[in-house]
Design a binder for this molecule. Structure first.
Ligand code: FAD
Length: 272
């Protein structure tokens, strides 16, 4: 199928992008890498009246270490994350995103905005309690990833707002483990374990509507409990759905196993 007709606007600044979205009055969509939006348009699951192409806005494609964080501009392509030396957890997670063509076009801002609970960047952002920087017609705001993800493919972004950057703390130790049926597929289950400022956090993707932060499992981990107890607690905190890819029970069992694997690899150290 082909998309329904739309007007195309190439924005040259963040102000122009959010103003155009505001003028579209809820009927506009940002176009970044197009790797999630274009299939949705082609299937006519969305029919925006205006597409606002943000690819030519200067200054949004930078990766900047800022003290204990790394700031990702919204237009940083996934392929660049794999190569960057500042945030090894991010580099590892980005390797699991789709295939070469998808990583070449897909952007950090697009992935966070799309908010797929099985996607790597939202799960990393949730684990690290990343700060999402957002611009709208009334100014800018910042929100923590944990509250930003509101449901499957749902965020707190207003229709006339755009993500400009995401700040991700660099963990001192971390582990990442993902299971997908074929390399490049979305994960059935993916787990991030990250130690930030002396405290471990866990985030699990593929087991609910948003990346899950299993509070009890995190507490056990920080109290020095056995890995098996942490893994069992994490699995018990999931609320996975059965679908054509896997049953809920299978996802729960895989959660326990992949928490174990993420923790087994947690000796990895972030670059200074
Ligand atoms: C075959 C295939 C396999 C894939 N596999 C994976 C995978 O394994 N893991 C994974 O994480 N992803 C995967 N993806 C998705 C891919 O990573 C996308 O690039 C990403 O989800 C969206 O980024 P994008 O830049 O392409 O955004 P777009 O497709 O351009 O936009 C996606 C949505 O985000 C909005 N948006 C985009 N940028 C912004 C912004 N700056 N501010 C506010 N809203 C914005 C758009 O309006 C739209 O609603 C896959 C895609 C395909 C087609």
């Amino acid at each position: 199928m082909k998309p329904a007709p739309f007007d195309y606007v190439r924005a040259h600044s963040v102000d122009e992008a959010v103003r155009t979205l505001a003028e579209a009055d809820g009927d506009g969509k940002i176009l970044a890498g197009g790797q999630s939006l274009m299939p949705v348009l082609a299937l006519r699951m969305a029919r925006p009246r205006v597409l606002v192409d943000v690819n030519r806005i200067p200054g949004l494609a930078t990766i900047t270490p800022t003290g204990s964080d790394v700031r990702l501009g919204a237009l940083v392509r996934h392929a660049r994350l794999v190569e960057q030396p500042h945030h090894p957890l991010l580099a590892e997670a980005a390797r699991w995103i789709g295939h070469t063509a998808i990583r070449s076009r897909g952007t950090s801002g697009g992935s966070i905005a799309h908010a797929d609970p099985s996607a790597e960047l939202p799960v990393v952002a949730a684990a690290l309690e990343a700060t999402v920087h957002i611009a709208g017609p009334g100014g800018t705001r910042a929100e923590t990833a944990t509250s930003f993800f509101a449901g499957p493919l749902e965020t707190t972004l207003a229709e006339d707002e755009m993500i400009t950057a995401v700040d991700l703390p660099v963990p001192s130790r971390w582990g990442f483990a993902e299971f997908s049926r074929r390399h490049g597929d979305f994960g059935l289950v993916l787990v991030v374990a990250a130690e930030v400022a002396g405290r471990w956090r866990l985030a699990i993707g593929g087991v609910g509507g948003v990346p899950l932060r299993p509070a009890e499992a995190e507490q056990l981990l920080n109290d020095g409990a056995e890995v098996d107890a942490v893994a069992a607690a994490a699995a018990a905190e999931t609320q996975p759905q059965s679908d054509i890819h896997a049953s809920a029970d299978y996802r729960r069992a895989m959660t326990a196993e992949f928490v174990r694997r993420a923790l087994a690899s947690h000796g990895k150290r972030a670059a200074a």
